[in-house]
Design a protein around this ligand. Structure first.
Ligand SMILES: Cc1ncc(COP(=O)(O)O)c(C=O)c1O
Length: 352
């Protein structure tokens, strides 16, 4: 094997060896005492999001496939989080990294890509994929293509993947096998890993994917139409896609719930009171759907556990989701949804 490739794989493995697992936080919901809610806190990875796992896997995949060498320019189409994590690993290996990002990407994310030495290439329309493929060709680089490969770069049977970690951490809980695991989808990689793992381990757990507005995943799940597209970008950064991504595996998903942007954003503001910290928008989408399932279980007299996910930290969105002026300028009034969430918290009822 080429010495540089061998050294690169060792560097990534050592980085992994130095890293701790992410926490599984228990959230108290007094009105639904028969149901335990947990949040897998993926914001505590070194690069602040669940994409740290994906970036590590994409680099190892590219190295072991013989696609990444010394001096290979790494190119990715990303709405931000993946690019931050890939920039980190590119810097670890001493490689140039270029992120092709939508022009609306938050300033905080752009700064973090730059912090790790990555460059940003802005694209106005939706077609970040073609722009990234073109750029890789022009530079003789390697297009990581997370939207195609996210579902296959992770070892879904175990090897401390996210599902393995969740189910191991749940082992000594009151209800060790969750009734539901609730996540959202950008690439669909996280949901594919968890869904396959559930089947492989023959667990009774069901997988629910929460989908925001301006995304085709839910409609595709219902209709089976892979050609669906939408022109408006998702407000919730990182999740909700304008096309059915190749890496989204609908067949491992047991249920999908559509979540309005107002509901996602109200939920992160509500969660701030429960956890005393800020989380990113996709955490709100996940948690809103988890609350809905908990309310249904509660109404049916069911007991059990529900696991969802904190995908990234809210500080990345200080100038958007947590800024009153931004909310007003984008037409968001969260009062109704906040009242609805308060009611759920107080009596476990779901009135919408
Ligand atoms: C903040 C955030 N949450 C959730 C997701 C969804 O994860 P996945 O790509 O595994 O579907 C992403 C993906 O980009 C993300 O950036």
């Amino acid at each position: 094997m080429n010495a540089w490739v061998s050294r690169a794989i060792s560097l990534i493995e050592s980085d992994f060896n130095r890293s701790a697992d992410t926490h599984l936080i228990k959230v108290d919901l007094p009105a639904t005492p028969g149901i335990d809610l947990y949040l897998k806190d993926e914001s505590t990875h070194p690069t602040g999001s669940l994409k740290h796992r994906l970036a590590r896997s994409l680099f190892l995949f590219g190295l072991c496939n013989g696609q990444i060498h010394e001096n290979t320019v790494i190119v990715e189409a990303s709405s931000g989080s993946t690019a931050i994590s890939e920039a980190y690993f590119a810097r670890l290996l001493g490689l140039r990294f270029v992120a092709v990002v939508p022009s609306g990407t938050s300033q905080e994310k752009i700064e973090q890509i730059g912090f790790y030495g990555g460059e940003c290439h802005f694209v106005a329309g939706q077609d970040i994929y073609c722009a990234a493929a073109d750029l890789a060709e022009q530079t003789g680089g390697h297009y990581m293509d997370q939207f195609t490969f996210a579902e296959r770069v992770t070892d879904w049977r175990g090897n401390n993947n996210i599902a393995d970690s969740i189910f191991t951490q749940m082992q000594t809980e009151r209800f060790p096998a969750p009734k539901w695991v609730v996540v959202s989808a950008g690439t669909g990689g996280t949901s594919a890993t968890i869904g396959r793992y559930i089947r492989y381990r023959r667990l009774a757990t069901q997988l629910c994917v929460a989908d925001p507005e301006h995304s085709v995943f839910h409609e595709y799940y219902v209709s089976g139409d892979r050609s669906l597209t939408t022109h408006q970008a998702s407000t919730i950064e990182g999740i909700g896609r304008p096309r059915v991504e190749p890496s989204f595996v609908a067949s491992v998903v047991d249920n999908m719930i559509k979540v309005s942007d107002e509901a996602s954003l109200a939920t992160i503001h509500f969660l701030q009171r429960l956890l005393h910290r800020r989380c990113g928008g996709s955490t709100g989408t996940n948690l809103y759907a988890a609350f809905e399932l908990i309310a249904q279980m509660h109404a049916a007299g069911d007991v059990g556990s529900v696991v969802s996910m904190i995908c990234d930290d809210g500080e990345r969105y200080a100038h958007s989701y947590y800024d009153d002026e931004w909310l007003a300028a984008n037409g968001f009034d969260l009062d109704l949804q906040m009242a609805h969430l308060e009611e759920f918290y107080k009596d476990g009822a779901w009135s919408v």
